[in-house]
Design a protein around this ligand. Structure first.
Ligand code: AHM
Ligand code: MG
Length: 280
């Protein structure tokens, strides 16, 4: 697994350079979800694929930017799903973006996720590795230095409410209104990586991307986005649910499946479970 983390570090160094100097324009292509890919999405994907191709323990990879699984080494132990440049549409306005990696064994399903990593490209480049615990590293003079472990408080005070509000269910809207009435502060940039990173680093809160009338299964992809962050939040002492149950137990029928998702401290996750149970 060390080789995988090293490759991710190297990808972060190369993608940082790409973000700073690359063309932020659109490509001619769409990914399998139907989003028009930016040139930066495709170039980041190429960087990561090339680095993983050199690692013997990697059996196969699958990218949010590609249609199918790519087989690498038949005797490899690990399968990696990744979103090379999440939130890339925020680059032209110079907001933070990130890369997300889920490392699986046997197959690409939530219960078989064994580690996850994300990289935040903000004013500084930071990397978070979740295995048994959750560790924060920062890129300083070309090297990732360990900073500290991340542990969520039981309750926080930030709320990141995703998706289009006029497509929310009535009970979701009431829940979000009640959370703000309780004094939570709005923190939502539209980049999953920095939004979830903020809640983790500031001690807690709730990020939601619910089922909506226009996207009944949410927007965020299980393998590349939802499961890796569910693993991080659980290992940091918080929770991650689809409204009704643990995200890491949600079934995957296709590699590009999406799921409604809630990530947060335990207190906020219990609150969501209670509201959604009443409306199931
Ligand atoms: P992307 O993978 O196409 O970049 O989309 C994922 C992003 C997440 O980073 C973010 O949480 C979400 O889309 C925001 O969606 P919305 O604008 O609907 O709230
Ligand atoms: Mg994404």
């Amino acid at each position: 697994m060390k080789d995988i983390f090293k490759a991710i570090e190297q990808s972060a160094i190369e993608i940082k350079e790409l973000i700073e100097t690359g063309d932020t324009g659109k490509s001619e292509n769409q990914n399998s979800t139907g989003d028009t890919q930016l040139k930066l999405d495709i170039q980041s994907d190429v960087i990561i694929e090339k680095l993983f191709s050199n690692i013997a323990c990697v059996k196969a990879i699958v990218s949010e930017e590609q249609e199918d699984i790519i087989s690498l080494n038949k005797d490899g132990k690990y399968l990696i799903a990744y979103d090379p440049l999440d939130g890339s549409s925020l680059i032209d306005v110079n907001l933070s973006v990130g890369s997300i990696f889920g490392i699986y064994e046997n197959d690409f399903t939530g219960p078989n996720l064994v580690a996850s990593v994300y990289v935040v490209f903000g004013p500084r480049v930071e990397m978070v590795i979740a295995t048994d615990d959750v560790r924060l590293y920062r890129l300083i003079h070309g090297k990732f230095e360990f900073m500290h472990t991340i542990v969520l408080n039981e309750k926080g005070n930030l709320k990141a409410p995703g998706s289009t509000q006029n497509c929310w269910s009535a009970h979701h809207k009431t829940m979000v209104d009640d959370i703000f009435k309780d004094g939570y502060r709005l923190r939502y940039s539209g980049g999953m990586v920095p939004d979830l990173h903020q809640i983790l680093i500031k001690g807690g809160g709730l990020f939601s991307y619910p089922e909506t009338s226009d996207r009944p299964k949410g927007k965020l992809r299980q393998l590349f986005e939802v499961f890796p962050f569910a693993f991080v939040y659980e290992k940091a002492g918080g929770g991650a649910i689809d409204g009704y149950k643990r995200l890491l137990e949600v079934e995957t029928t296709h590699i590009h499946d999406t799921s409604a998702c809630f990530f947060g401290s335990n207190n906020e996750i219990q609150r969501v479970l209670k509201v959604y149970k009443e409306h199931a």
